[in-house]
Write a protein that binds this ligand. Structure first.
Ligand code: ADP
Ligand code: MG
Length: 625
């Protein structure tokens, strides 16, 4: 949703916007309006009450027209307040960006200076500045801007520090950009929303401060009116002729209220975290469409997916990430799921335990049976008691799943304690056992390591240990070795292999690597565009792929010692899942596709222990491409 639309939805902010627009418009038009001259005194008509002929708001102690003075005064107050905000924002942001970007000593020196400015009471500092520079509106502006600079500087520095070490800034540095260019093109665009937010919430405050200085006689000098000086001059007649105070006072109230409401609205609309829905926490379990057609369990697997369908509904688009996946694992069995990136493997895996973020995720059909219970649409309590204890996950990036500030031992103990009440000593012993089980050398001392003290392979073992913590029956491993080098990968694979043989674990192993499948998996399912296109025993599929996609995938894998062979990349890209072609999703990239392939739904046909979704399968006797 655009920022403007968000702003318009916020009633209060919209009200503030309308009032401010009116006030600003009037202030701009003031010189053109048929107003009495604001500074001409007429002592014969002092303190005329409002609604007097010729003076709609009355006159002040020198007989000057209050309406005219109010309009000119508003114009001046707005101009000075807004100018001060711009000056403070520009200088403050520049200071903050430089301090945050360069860091180290630069940061220290600058920020200590800013701290010193902040150590003075606000209004006292402004008074001191005006006292030093002499009274006058320009000096009041400087004073108000100066006392607000620290606020911007600290705010922006904080944001910049967070951005300055992000990968995209490193990338810009690596590409040889100068610091100035990085600041202008990489950092600044990221902090501008924050600057705007900080400004919108402080402009009102600065208008007030300017008025305050004028009220004390340090801002605008007689006879020129601004809202503060009008109030100051009216002070003496506050009791006898209150309208002279009320008129500028009301105007200040209206302006500051309107600006603050508008500022809050702008902040809510611009804050990227709010915009991306940081406040709409994802639901604890993936939403299930009310019209979902559950399926009954067909076979004896411990975990069975039947025609599972998961979609993402973003705005008006529907992404069919998983379009009817059927598969099952038995205890002690390892099922591989293989497919190109984006084929829906992860979403399938996450759907099992309702871990797909909702919104936008939605399970629209099918069932997931675990020991006979349908997990789709199961109560959250039931899912929670199964998560991690019966069905555990191993993810690709262990650094992302391990908490950086806790020792790995504590994290293992925590994983156990979620499902069992154990004492610390017991937990520690169990954690050491787990680390031994995943063959971490010196488990008793490594247990007190932080994640960053371990290598990638070690961390992944910790990830596996965590998955094993509660003796699950099923482990779903989503590309657990993709980030590792081949030797470590081989160790982890043999570890998983041992674990399933020793403990009778059922493993669903997601990968895009046929070598890995060949090492570990009994059966393999090949996914393309959210559907399984071929499934069967690993050996049979590796020896004789029937689906052209499987064959092409395998042809992309280099073989050691197989001599020189052209590696055939598959032309084209997987189809976008919000716009799948009719018929076979692979047809546009397939050199065997015929017209019938591009029409109508193609079913997954089972023959023996193989299943195939293809009208033009590769024949066993055909040579591989
Ligand atoms: P992979 O097979 O590489 O694990 P995924 O299961 O992560 O693929 O993604 C499957 C499809 O779902 C992709 O096309 C992806 O673009 C889409 N997808 C994943 N998450 C979202 C989301 N939050 N919103 C929209 N589409 C998504
Ligand atoms: Mg994935």
């Amino acid at each position: 949703m655009s920022a403007l639309a968000l702003l318009a939805r916020n009633r209060l902010a919209l009200g503030g916007l309308i009032v401010m627009a009116l006030v600003v418009l009037l202030a701009i038009l003031t010189p053109l309006l048929p107003l009495a001259p604001p500074n001409v005194t007429d002592t014969g008509n002092r303190f005329l009450p409002p609604f007097s002929p010729g003076a709609p708001l009355g006159t002040d102690h020198l007989g000057r027209d209050l309406l005219s003075r109010l309009m000119w005064g508003t114009r001046l107050s707005l101009a000075v307040g807004i100018a001060a905000a711009f000056v403070a924002a520009t200088i403050g942001a520049a200071i903050g960006i430089v301090a945050g970007y360069y860091g180290g000593r630069t940061d220290n020196v600058i920020m200590r200076g800013v701290d010193m400015l902040m150590a003075f009471p606000y209004i006292l500092l402004a008074l001191a500045i005006v006292a030093a520079l002499g009274p006058g509106l320009m000096n009041a502006l400087i004073a108000v801007a100066a006392v607000n600079i620290p606020f911007f500087a600290r705010n922006i520095r904080g944001i910049t520090v967070g951005i300055a070490h992000k990968e995209f800034v490193d990338a810009a540095r690596l590409s040889g950009m100068s610091d100035a260019r990085i600041i202008l093109t990489e950092i600044l665009p990221n902090v501008v929303p924050v600057i705007v937010i900080a400004m919108s919430t402080t402009v009102g405050w600065m208008i007030l401060e300017t008025a305050g200085l004028s009220f004390l006689g340090l801002g605008s000098q007689p006879p020129v009116a601004d809202l503060g000086s009008m109030l100051g001059e009216a002070r003496a007649a506050l009791i006898t002729n209150p309208h002279t105070s009320i008129v500028p006072g009301l105007m200040i109230l209206v302006i500051v209220m309107a600006i603050n409401l508008l500022g809050d609205g702008i902040r809510d609309a611009l804050d990227p975290r709010l915009k991306s829905g940081a406040l709409n926490r994802p639901l604890p379990a993936t939403l299930v469409a009310p019209d979902r057609q559950p399926e009954s369990q067909q076979n004896d697997g411990i975990l069975t997916l039947d025609n599972l369908q998961t979609q993402f509904r973003v705005k008006h688009r529907t992404y069919r990430a998983v379009g009817g996946v059927t598969l099952s694992v038995k205890p002690g069995e390892c099922l591989g799921i293989i497919g190109e990136s984006g084929s829906g493997k992860s979403v399938t895996a996450l759907s099992v335990m309702g871990l797909v973020a909702s919104p936008p995720g939605l399970v629209t059909g099918g069932s997931v049976h675990y020991r006979g219970d349908d997990l789709i649409g199961a109560p959250y309590r039931q899912l929670r008691s199964l998560r991690g204890s019966q069905i555990a996950y191993i993810f690709q990036d262990p650094l992302a799943t391990l908490h950086p500030l806790y020792r790995i031992g504590d994290q293992l103990i925590e994983a156990i304690a979620v499902h069992h009440s154990i004492s610390r000593a017991e937990g520690r012993k169990r954690a050491i056992d787990l680390l031994n089980a995943v063959r971490i050398p010196n488990a008793a001392s490594r247990i007190d390591d932080y994640p960053h003290e371990m290598s990638g392979g070690m961390r992944q073992r910790v990830g596996i240990a965590m998955a094993l913590a509660n003796d699950p029956e099923v482990i779903i491993a989503d590309e657990p070795t993709t980030a590792l080098d081949v030797t470590v990968q081989a160790q982890i694979l043999s570890l998983l292999d041992d674990l399933r043989r020793d403990r009778g674990l059922a493993i669903i192993f997601i990968t895009h690597d046929f070598g890995v499948v060949g090492q570990l998996c009994d059966r393999v399912a090949v996914m393309y565009a959210g559907r399984i296109v071929e499934q069967g025993p690993t050996r049979a599929i590796l020896d004789a792929p029937r689906h052209p996609y499987t064959a092409r995938l395998m042809a992309c894998v280099p073989e050691l010692g197989a001599g020189k062979r052209r590696l055939e990349a598959i032309p084209g890209l997987p189809p976008p899942v919000d716009d799948l072609p009719p018929g076979c999703a692979f047809a546009p990239r397939c050199d065997r596709a015929t017209d019938t392939c591009r029409r109508g739904d193609i079913a997954l046909e089972s023959a023996g222990d193989r299943a195939l979704r293809c009208l033009q399968p590769v024949q066993p006797q055909e040579a591989m491409p």
